[in-house]
Design a binder for this molecule. Structure first.
Ligand SMILES: Nc1nc2c(c(=O)[nH]1)N[C@H]1C(S)=C(S)[C@@H](COP(=O)(O)OP(=O)(O)OC[C@H]3O[C@@H](n4cnc5c(=O)[nH]c(N)nc54)[C@H](O)[C@@H]3O)O[C@H]1N2
Ligand SMILES: Nc1nc2c(c(=O)[nH]1)N[C@H]1C(S)=C(S)[C@@H](COP(=O)(O)OP(=O)(O)OC[C@H]3O[C@@H](n4cnc5c(=O)[nH]c(N)nc54)[C@H](O)[C@@H]3O)O[C@H]1N2
Ligand SMILES: [Mo]
Length: 787
């Protein structure tokens, strides 16, 4: 169902029950329908045939790796990749006339879905202090305006520079260079909310925060463990590789509170078997784990592997440290605690452990179901423990595979988008550019919000993304952004972050991946890195959505020139004219990128070095891979409450809502639903179909957060848990509820209770959900300070 207005009511939500398979002919039909609706036939053909091809452009829907150039299909994309392309390459336009017609208050009353449907932004726009509307602004004036505010700050640390993971390597490199030349390490990014727990855990335990596998490893594995990931929706091209692995004899163990369709069965639309046949069964053993039970599960499995001596003693002796302590630690595993934490029987856990015991080559895949928890770092270290115990690192068919989200989130980090970049990186910048970069760590996402809230940061710049909706604690984040003197959004499409801004707000519209990028020296390409450290070029096939758009590199270098003038003597204009100059700098600053220009021009690009994968070398403090011992803690869920996880529907890309069809889970026509176990619904005094407000307590009982009016859906989730969509539920995630060590928002375990929809307590809080109608400037809700 794809409606083009927001005149839907959540009363229209239809509940059909979950599907038992992913993809199939419907996926192709939906992909084509959406593409034709948004792009028309010519643009559809031009984009989809170039998508993920060696001479084409990189899909912006996820960071899933491409097969080698000779092994790609004509249609090397998935349903959701096609939707992502259609969303960007749409023929609709949000022009200056559009902004003149609609006041900001009026736009703020629309849904996120409707905002996204208005098409590509065509001109730079400004909302001046106290103005009711955005108005057009010339590029040079916009750059001067940004420069004026930045140079007027007491300290460079009064600005923060956010990045969403779609930015190319070239844009990311220029952006971090500008921030550091300006004088700050305040470089928060979406990764702070995504795989930060992974990066920290892997850095500490194996010395590098990235996956240790390539695609051939996945296809060659005996056992693939998929924990806390929903590939059928979020990495659909993974299913083709899982099918391939199954044909090679792999077993698949899935760990997820939900029996997601894409974990169960795949009907590959590119094969007859997938179109008319039964498809391929994927999961051999599914563990419907209780939310946040994974640390206990992996520890229990570890204890059994030790008990059975299913260990790689040579690897442990040669390459690891801390094994004896870990062995002693897991010997203490309390089976009652494990059953309570996981909701799984000991027999089930034993069956899972047997799969690991019997596998010589295991790949561990995970995503947000493991990272977005208070103990996310510890949980991922427990996954690493299992890999180390059996020597499943640096060997074909085995390894650690955190599957990244945004298509270039990993590349952005490689390029230095990191508030805590290592001193060696800063040294290299200093050698290359001759200025002394700031050395103190900057603010990550959560700390940037705190700093804006508290008036420490006064200028926010967003290189892509939708900060307001992606960040936790929507109300607090809104207040933080409003507290700024200036908010700048470098964007392709309208979103809510444009409607809640600082005293002055700027929208700087940019080219997307699908578009040709021509600069002074001629047509340019950009480069990106996928989840398996493979770096390659991307060239957009379409003419720009508007002649007034500028590339991300052009916008960043424009701001830099206006702000820094001749300071530090960095040749911004040269970099903008010819991206080879940026890549030339990258080749001398970024480790592993020597001969960058030559390597990225090869079809398929090149793979960055990864010491554990390549040579079983571990650049940790001890010089060895490190076992870690972590205590199991169970989130305290008082009577009458449930543990809520916030997740993606099949019809969205993060905060961009493509449509209202979560087909695999059988939800059509709306998004404000909450999935709960039928017995919990009854026990709490409700019935399937009732409408409730979600309430959470944090930091004292008188202090509540609400997300209002959700339809209860009886669903097969573990007792005591619930699930609802992000970003509608972000107002419930407290800013201060973050993961230990990674400071990542805990958006997959929120303790909530239900109260009848329209409840007094929520109305009294004025705490409408982010999609509600409370977000206009007219009715600014007062935000109270939380800490
Ligand atoms: N089409 C599409 N593709 C995308 C995105 C998108 O929004 N749409 N987003 C991109 C981004 S940025 C990212 S990070 C990835 C996200 O990809 P995923 O991590 O797959 O995304 P989520 O929907 O957050 O789902 C996480 C899964 O974890 C499960 N889960 C929740 N809590 C737990 C738990 O405690 N334990 C276990 N074992 N499982 C749990 C949920 O049931 C769900 O199946 O996808 C990327 N790709
Ligand atoms: N409750 C809860 N919160 C979450 C999560 C969750 O699971 N639950 N997941 C978290 C995760 S994993 C992530 S990664 C973040 C995502 O956080 P973000 O990356 O900030 O959010 P997106 O929705 O991906 O950003 C969409 C916007 O990016 C802009 N855009 C699109 N393409 C381009 C481009 O090519 N260039 C530029 N400059 N702009 C572009 C468009 O204007 C669009 O509106 O959200 C996090 N928040
Ligand atoms: Mo993400």
């Amino acid at each position: 169902m794809s409606r083009r207005t927001d005149d839907y009511s959540e009363a229209d939500v239809e509940v059909h029950g979950p599907q038992d398979h992913a993809a199939g002919p419907t996926a192709v039909a939906v992909a084509m329908k959406r593409s034709l609706e948004r792009m028309g036939p010519v643009r559809t053909a031009r984009t989809l045939l170039a998508l993920n091809q060696a001479e084409g452009f990189d899909c912006m829907s996820c960071a899933w790796p491409d097969p080698d150039p000779g092994h790609r299909a004509v249609a090397e994309f998935c349903e959701n990749g096609a939707k992502a392309v259609a969303e960007e390459a749409t023929k609709d336009r949000a022009t200056p006339e559009f902004f003149a017609r609609h006041s900001i208050a009026e736009l703020a009353a629309r849904t996120e879905y409707w905002l996204g449907q208005q098409g590509r932004i065509t001109h730079p726009m400004v909302r001046r202090p106290n103005a009711s509307h955005y108005e057009p602004i010339e590029w040079d004036e916009a750059f001067r305006l940004v420069a004026g505010e930045l140079n007027g700050l007491d300290s460079p640390d009064g600005a923060t520079f956010y990045t969403s993971g779609r930015a190319s390597n070239e844009a990311a490199f220029a952006y971090q260079l500008f921030a550091r030349a300006f004088g700050t390490n305040n470089l928060p990014d979406c990764s702070n909310m995504c795989h930060e727990s992974t990066s920290i855990a892997l850095q500490e335990s194996i010395g590098i925060g990235k996956a240790s596998v390539t695609l051939p490893d996945l296809i060659g594995a005996d056992l693939i463990v998929i924990a806390g990931q929903n590939p059928g929706t979020n990495h659909p091209r993974m299913l083709t590789q899982l099918e391939h692995a199954k044909r090679n004899g792999a077993t698949i163990l899935t760990v997820n509170p939900l029996r997601e369709a894409g974990l169960t069965r795949f009907k590959n639309p590119q094969t007859p078997r997938g179109v008319v046949g039964p498809g391929t069964a994927l999961s051999d053993l599914h563990l419907p784990i209780r939310v946040n039970g994974d640390l206990a599960l992996f520890q229990a499995i570890g204890s059994l592997l030790v008990e059975w001596d299913a260990l790689d003693h040579d690897f442990i002796a040669q390459h690891t440290t801390g094994f004896d302590a870990w062995r002693a630690h897991v010997a203490q595993v309390d089976r009652d605690v494990v059953t309570r934490a996981t909701g799984l029987s000991w027999d089930r856990i034993t069956a899972a452990a047997e799969l690991l015991r019997d596998s010589r080559r295991t790949v561990f895949c995970w995503a947000m179901g493991l990272t977005q928890h208070r103990n996310g770092v510890a949980t991922i270290k427990e996954v690493v423990n299992l890999a180390l115990a059996q020597g499943n690192i640096g060997r074909p068919g085995a390894g650690l595979f955190p599957v990244r989200g945004h298509s270039n989130v990993q590349g952005d980090r490689t390029m230095g988008i990191w508030e805590r970049a290592p001193q060696s990186f800063l040294d290299a910048l200093q050698r290359e550019f001759g200025f002394d970069p700031p050395r103190a760590h900057g603010f990550d996402t959560v700390d940037s919000i705190r700093a804006m809230r508290d008036g420490v940061v006064k200028v926010f710049v967003g290189l892509g993304g939708n900060f307001l909706q992606a960040a936790p604690d929507t109300q607090v984040t809104a207040a933080a952004l409003r507290n700024c003197l200036l908010t700048v959004q470098i964007s392709t499409k309208l979103n809510r972050s444009h409607l809640i801004g600082g005293r002055t707000a700027l929208i700087l519209p940019t080219l997307g991946r699908t578009e040709q990028d021509v600069q002074e020296s001629g047509p340019q390409f950009v480069t990106v890195e996928d989840s398996t450290c493979s770096v390659h070029a991307s060239r957009g096939p379409l003419p720009p959505a508007s002649p007034h758009l500028r590339s991300e590199v052009a916008i960043i270098t424009g701001i830099a020139e206006a702000t820094l003038g001749a300071r530090h003597g960095i040749d911004w204009a040269g970099m903008r004219a010819d991206y080879r100059r940026i890549r030339d700098h990258i080749s001398r600053v970024v480790p592993g990128c020597e001969s960058y220009e030559v390597n990225v021009r090869r079809p398929g690009g090149f793979v960055l070095p990864h010491p554990p994968r390549d040579t079983r070398t571990f650049e940790t403090e001890s010089g060895r891979a490190e076992f870690a011992c972590s205590p199991v803690e169970i989130v305290d869920v008082p009577d009458g409450h449930l543990l809520l996880q916030t997740l993606r529907s099949h019809d969205q890309f993060n905060t961009t809502i493509y449509g209202l069809s979560d087909r695999y889970r059988g939800i059509e026509g709306g998004r404000r639903v909450v999935f709960a176990h039928p017995d919990d619904i009854t026990a709490l005094g409700y019935r399937d179909g009732d409408h409730v407000d979600l309430v959470t307590h944090w930091g004292g009982d008188d202090h509540i957060r609400c997300a209002t009016d959700f339809r209860l859906v009886a669903y097969d989730v573990p007792r005591g848990t619930a699930a609802a969509y992000y970003p509608e539920t972000n107002p419930l995630v407290p800013l201060d509820s973050t993961a230990l060590k990674s400071n990542q928002p805990v958006s997959k375990s929120v303790v909530v209770r239900f109260t009848e929809a329209g409840s007094q307590e929520c109305a009294a809080q004025g705490a409408q959900g982010a999609l509600g109608h409370d977000w206009s400037h007219k009715s600014r809700p007062e935000i109270r300070h939380l800490s």
